[in-house]
Design a protein around this ligand. Structure first.
Ligand SMILES: [Zn+2]
Ligand SMILES: [Zn+2]
Length: 83
């Protein structure tokens, strides 16, 4: 099976903010992070945002990173590892 090393605490992925170059922090998977909002979405929007189907096939875990300095967010693809 494939697991995301970041979700499972095996690895900390460091990400630098593209706006202000500060360290960004992992806020978890995109699908978890946006869960509260998903019932309000149209199908079309949901596909655009998380691409869950595609990411599952490619063994990619999509994470949201947040910059505390300038409050910007980035979506980072984490390659899942085979265990
Ligand atoms: Zn993950
Ligand atoms: Zn920033």
């Amino acid at each position: 099976m494939y697991v995301c090393p970041v979700c499972n605490g095996l690895e900390t992925r460091e990400q630098t903010c593209q706006v202000c170059s500060h360290q960004m922090y992992d806020r978890g998977r995109v699908v978890d992070y946006f869960d509260d909002y998903s019932p309000y979405w149209e199908d079309e929007d949901a596909k655009l945002v998380d691409g869950v189907l595609e990411s599952k096939e490619n063994h990619i875990c999509l994470h949201v990173y947040h910059c505390l300095a300038c409050d910007s967010e980035a979506r980072i693809s984490i390659q899942e590892q085979r265990r």
